[in-house]
Ligand binder design. Structure first.
Ligand SMILES: C[S@@+](CC[C@H](N)C(=O)[O-])C[C@H]1O[C@@H](n2cnc3c(N)ncnc32)[C@H](O)[C@@H]1O
Length: 320
């Protein structure tokens, strides 16, 4: 049966609270349905609004070198899988706290379990591209994560970031909190702050980037996404549908976190949110911020460089 977040209280709870997991991440593991569905819906939203990679990076990844990519907090691995299909010459390393829901990895997609709040395991100047998307709920010190991403980037390599702005708005600029009080409710944001996480990383993405050294050619863009399928435009309608599904799932999976935060009745809150998401007479929207930046220096071809990383990968692949 197909999972329908509108007909059941989605997800139950964040596994990490229920099953005694040892890390501090406040959302369910990406391999656990319906979190898998939520992340894959959002993946489509990001892709339809901003592409998997910008054109200049697509050009680099098609230049015939085996370009190396790090996907930090790779979640379900959907972005990485689409990337290796689109750019067969590349090699992607995905890292996350938990294994993605993938049984057979393509040979150029390598996955490692690692808590990136403890730093990246890789040598300086290892990757041509570092991708980090939607990580604010796992990074109490987002800027420290950025510094590590820059360290492992090769000079001239690209840093690609995307983060959600957790502040619903109305297309016409009206008062979203008055029109959609349940969707705009701030308990989740407050619960993140209580856990020393910054729910406003998306809004502050530019200043986070301005405050880490070593980057040049910084391009920031902000993308508007419908929160429900109110638009006649087919793409916006689709991303509105995907967002609505993702929000309905999130509303269910954060209930234990909200109880922990002191919210007395997260289920009523969830039901009120679902009713608002069904109402297509308003035009609620959200934004995500996107950064493309380069590490200072000139990017060389990977051929002819000392390549300890590639040797390590090949040895591991031979062993498996
Ligand atoms: C909201 S999901 C986004 C997944 C993926 N980047 C995407 O955009 O679809 C955040 C991911 O970051 C991972 N994560 C959170 N904290 C982490 C940490 N300290 N180290 C590694 N991964 C982490 C989570 O397990 C989860 O898969």
């Amino acid at each position: 049966m197909t999972f329908d977040p509108f007909n059941e209280l989605a997800g139950g709870s964040a596994l990490r609270f229920d099953e005694g997991q040892q890390d501090d991440y406040c959302l369910p593991v990406a391999s656990h349905s319906p979190e898998t569905e939520r992340l894959d819906y959002l993946h489509d939203v990001y892709k339809y609004h901003a592409g998997n990679v910008p054109d200049e990076v697509a050009k680099l990844l098609s230049d015939g070198n085996q370009r190396r990519i790090l996907d930090v907090g790779c979640g379900t691995g959907k972005w990485a899988l689409e990337m290796v299909e689109a750019f067969p010459d590349i090699h992607i390393t995905g890292v996350d706290l938990y294994h993605p829901p993938i049984t057979a990895f393509p040979s150029n997609f390598h996955f490692e379990i690692h808590d990136v709040t403890k730093g990246q395991e890789y040598a300086d100047d290892t990757f041509d591209v570092v991708h980090a998307r939607d990580l604010h709920a796992g990074m109490p010190e987002y800027h420290v994560m950025l510094v590590e991403c820059i360290r492992v980037l090769r000079p001239g390599g690209y840093l690609l970031l995307k983060e959600i702005e957790w502040v619903p708005k109305l297309l016409d600029g009206g008062d979203a909190e008055q029109r959609f009080p349940a969707i705009c409710e701030r308990t989740f944001r407050n619960a993140l702050s209580e856990r020393f996480l910054d729910p406003l990383v998306g809004i502050n993405l530019e200043s986070y980037i301005d405050n880490v050294p070593g980057l040049v050619d910084i391009q920031y863009s902000r993308h508007m996404v419908p929160m429900t399928p109110w638009s006649d435009d087919p793409i916006l309608n689709y991303t509105g549908q995907m967002t609505r599904m993702a929000m309905a799932i999130l509303g269910g999976t954060i209930r234990v976190m909200l109880l922990d935060h002191g919210e007395p009745n997260p289920d009523n809150r969830y039901k009120a949110g679902i009713e608002e998401l069904k109402d297509l007479t308003g035009q609620p929207i959200w934004y995500f911020g996107s950064i493309i930046a380069r590490k200072q220096g000139e990017l060389r071809d990977s051929e002819g460089t000392t390549d300890q990383y590639a040797e390590e990968m090949m040895t591991e692949e031979e062993e498996t």
